[in-house]
Ligand binder design. Structure first.
Ligand code: HEC
Length: 168
């Protein structure tokens, strides 16, 4: 391995690293029509120069990137009890749009302006628990915020555990 070269892996999602590889990100997002990326990292990395530079580079390309850096581990163990809780909440709050198995085919899906996505896919499942938790809590456009509707954070983490069972 040498730092002069940029390496690429494709499991579970594309990973590229090497000197200046972060400079490719803006053009990659534009090419793939990803106009509103959520950049997920931890509190330490978010303070580093390279990270601030990366976010600045993207914003200069007029991409409205949002940064979430409060990432931490899932505090709720993924045991049978948590998965059962998650399943019940999924049925009450999520299934109508995301469908029984999370593939995005719920009865309300057709009326949505944005596609709810397919949660069985590797690119969805490749994100950390904290990212799924954040998106569930905050919402965006047609995706409601669940901070108030499901005020118990541990219950929202249990939904994340249940969502992991959709993985193909
Ligand atoms: C009214 C329909 C609706 C309901 C109900 C709903 N969602 Fe969503 N959800 C969406 C839409 C639409 C998106 C895509 C939003 C976007 O891309 O801006 C989305 C996106 C998401 C994402 C991000 C997907 C990704 O690709 O990373 C997660 C995670 C998510 N929803 C989880 C949930 C959970 C968990 C529940 C239940 C607690 C829920 N949603 C309930 C419509 C819904």
């Amino acid at each position: 391995m040498t730092f002069e070269k940029i390496y690429q892996y494709n499991f579970p999602t594309i990973i590229r690293f090497g000197m200046r590889s972060s400079k490719e990100l803006g053009d990659y997002l534009i090419k793939n029509d990803l106009q509103r990326p959520l950049i997920v990292t931890d509190p330490n990395v978010s303070q580093l120069g390279f990270f601030k530079e990366l976010v600045g580079d993207i914003k200069r390309k007029n991409i409205s990137a949002e940064v979430f850096h409060d990432i931490h581990k899932n505090p709720v163990k993924s045991d049978a009890e948590s998965i059962a809780t998650g399943k019940e909440l999924w049925g009450q709050h999520c299934k109508s749009c995301h469908g029984t198995k999370g593939v995005g085919d719920g009865p309300k899906a057709a009326q949505l302006k944005t596609e709810p996505g397919d949660f069985s896919k590797a690119d969805f499942q490749g994100q950390p628990d904290g990212s799924i938790f954040y998106k569930t809590s905050e919402g965006r456009d047609d995706m409601p915020s669940f901070k108030k509707k499901i005020p118990d954070a541990d219950e929202r983490w249990s939904i994340v555990n249940y969502i992991r069972t959709f993985k193909k």
